[in-house]
Design a protein around this ligand. Structure first.
Ligand code: ADP
Length: 635
């Protein structure tokens, strides 16, 4: 037999240190995590026995908890799938360090509480919140038994042993001096009822062997007795409404989501007819930490006729609803359904359709009846719903009523406006819905492009989330009104459309003619960056701005696309000048007098620099810009 002593990876040590010293967390969640692991292990053993005929069927599966006050140990044992040496090393020893790293980061950001530990796939380590040593003994069918032991400080010892134990896992916690309350049967009962009542397998509390039979203390009388099953085992999603309290539902949610907050909303689904199934779904209050990660844990737990098929079943919900947590159970699925089969299963597709409908109507309900909660929802999941607007064509019309954007009328980002509200308060002269794209609220708010809209009293939506650009591509109109980028193409808010000449091009106005020396000069000077220079109807206070042409990408979209794929063709922008601004007037004078004037060149570069800064585009040559500004400052 080989005994190996291994050092924990640095991150694991850091994590353990954090867990051991976390003063404020709810220590009791350690038991929830261990029971949840035991239950998963039994689920897998049971599933394997159903799909592999060589394995014994349906044993009396159970989870056994044995406290021993004298030895100060708490043992949690299961007859589940167990682990091989390699699996112990991979799962318990080194620990998927990506989860560990994410957990550490989340803790450092102080965004989350340590009791969320289970969300990060490192729940086992919660044992060290209450124990100063943890021993694990496990065996998988067809493999040697393995022991693992650690004080949770620097290293662990792992070895294969020849003992012939039944398959399953036994975890012995050497309870810390200050944590002995967790050896109390009363405490254990409470915790199990609170977090693990609906676990499908009996959770059996054994009498404490260290309590002598002849003791005459009354309150220990009950604790030394017969094994006692602590949980009701009744699947909570099958209980009727009257049989479940809000507490039951909240605790069940906390169990499956490894969350410490109550859910924002609970959705019960019970479908009969073509496809029979029931579901219990939850919208979290706080978004799962990994919601946007490509390989985020997502999806629902699936049961077929009481048999656990798997968690993380992505097929049950579209990606944009992956934050929804819960359980689905159907009697229409075969027990030996494999994950591959789920991908193209008609039953799953029908279930998914119903679930999506129910979730959307629940969100509609929150919007209608719980304004404050809807605001919370939007902050956490608004972006996901926008993803739905863009990708879920079937529900597009409902989803677009749920999204919102900050606007020129918002003081900050926290009170966005829905499209309905926007349209309802449009002045009658306004024909289209306007939006401007920018990286941040403040860049959008201070954009010179908004000046003309302010003059007309038109509200402009701020598209400041990268997803908004994609929404705009799909959502071309709302309530019969076109969505239009404020910074694209020619604007005609005044209805003073330019006369067209014989070739269909707009005729030059007097002002256009007057400014020709300057516009020609600038067009030539910036010919590599700017497509045309023209006079603007957009500007009141600023001298110039950059816009995209009708079909070009906005500056923001260009940046967004670059972030997603490397190769975006550079689209030339249009420079618009405010003919009533002293700066452009002065430049016109210079251009008319002497086209080779140095000041004219300086001003031109400053003007373009300012226009770029205003739309949040980095300057091509910041040092020249700075020099020019300094030069102006000492004139
Ligand atoms: P998670 O359960 O979220 O993956 P944990 O740190 O709690 O994270 O457990 C890590 C892994 O260790 C589990 O995924 C599982 O493979 C294994 N494991 C933990 N407890 C048991 C057990 N009682 N029986 C079998 N495997 C277990």
């Amino acid at each position: 037999m080989t005994t190996k002593t291994r050092k924990f990876k640095t991150e694991v040590s850091e994590l353990l240190d954090l867990v051991i010293n976390s003063l404020y967390s709810k220590k009791e969640v350690f038991l929830r995590e261990l029971i949840s692991n035991a239950s998963d292990a039994i689920d897998r053993a049971r599933f394997e026995s159903l799909t592999d005929n060589s394995q014994a069927n349906d044993e009396p599966y159970k989870i056994i908890i044995t406290p021993n006050k004298e030895a100060k140990t708490l043992v949690v044992a299961d007859n589940g799938i167990g682990m091989s040496l390699q699996e112990v090393e991979d799962n318990i020893g080194t620990v998927a360090s990506s989860g560990t790293r994410k957990f550490l980061k989340a803790m450092k950001d102080k965004a989350n509480a340590p009791e969320l530990i289970g969300q990060f796939g490192v729940g086992f380590y919660a044992a060290f919140m209450v124990a100063d040593e943890v021993e694990l003994k496990t065996r998988k069918r067809g493999e040697s038994a393995v022991t693992w032991i650690s004080d949770g400080k620097e290293s662990y010892r792992v070895e294969e042993i020849s003992e012939d134990i039944p398959h399953g896992t036994e975890i012995t916690l050497h309870i810390r001096e200050d944590m002995t309350e967790f050896l109390d049967p009363w405490t254990i009962r409470e915790i199990v009822r609170k977090y693990s009542d609906y676990i499908q397998y009996p959770i059996v509390l054994m009498g404490d062997p260290s309590i002598k039979k002849d003791t005459d203390k009354k309150d220990t009388e009950k604790d030394k007795g017969e094994p006692e099953t602590l949980n009701s085992m009744k699947a909570i999603w099958k209980r009727s409404k009257d049989e479940t309290t809000d507490d039951d539902l909240n605790n069940f949610y906390k169990h499956i989501a490894h969350d410490s907050e109550n859910p924002l909303s609970t959705i019960r689904v019970s479908a009969e007819g073509a496809t029979e199934f029931s579901a219990l779904l939850f919208i979290p209050t706080i978004a799962p930490f990994d919601m946007y990660h490509a390989n985020a844990k997502q999806g629902l737990h699936l049961y077929a006729r009481n048999v656990f098929i798997g968690d993380d079943i992505k097929e049950l919900l579209p990606r944009y609803l992956s934050f929804v947590r819960g359980v689905v159970e159907s009697s229409d699925l075969p027990l030996n359904v494999s994950r591959e089969m789920l991908q193209d299963d008609a039953v799953i597709r029908r279930i998914r359709k119903v679930l999506v409908g129910k979730i959307i109507s629940n969100i509609e309900d929150i919007k209608k009846n719980r304004a404050e909660d809807f605001a919370k929802f939007n902050r956490q999941f608004g972006r996901m719903i926008k993803e739905g607007v863009q990708g879920d064509w079937e529900n597009h019309d409902k989803l677009k009523e749920l999204i919102s954007f900050p606007s020129t009328l918002s003081d900050d980002e926290t009170k966005p406006v829905s499209l309905r509200e926007y349209v309802d308060r449009m002045p009658s002269s306004q024909k289209e819905i306007y939006y401007i794209s920018a990286d941040t609220f403040s860049t959008a708010k201070s954009s010179p492009i908004l000046e003309v809209f302010a003059r007309h009293g038109y509200e402009v939506l701020f598209f400041i989330d990268p997803i908004d650009e994609f929404v705009a591509q799909r959502l071309t109109e709302y309530d019969g009104r076109k969505l239009r980028a404020a910074d694209r193409g020619e604007l005609d808010l005044d209805g003073s459309e330019k006369k067209k000449n014989a070739e269909g091009k707009p005729e030059l106005t007097e002002a256009d003619k007057e400014f020709k020396p300057l516009t020609d000069y600038l067009s030539e000077r910036f010919k590599d960056d700017i497509k045309t220079v023209r006079l603007s109807s957009r500007l009141t206070d600023s001298a110039s701005c950059l816009v995209a042409d009708e079909y070009g990408y906005s500056a923001h979209m260009e940046r967004v696309l670059k972030a997603f794929n490397e190769d975006v063709p550079k689209s030339l922008r249009i420079m618009e000048l405010n003919p009533n601004h002293p700066v452009t007037r002065k430049m016109l004078e210079l251009a008319s007098a002497d086209i080779s004037s140095e000041s004219l060149a300086d001003y031109a570069d400053l003007l373009l620099g300012q226009a770029r800064l205003a739309e949040g585009t980095p300057l091509e040559n910041p040092s020249r810009f700075n020099k020019l500004v300094s030069k102006l400052m000492v004139v």
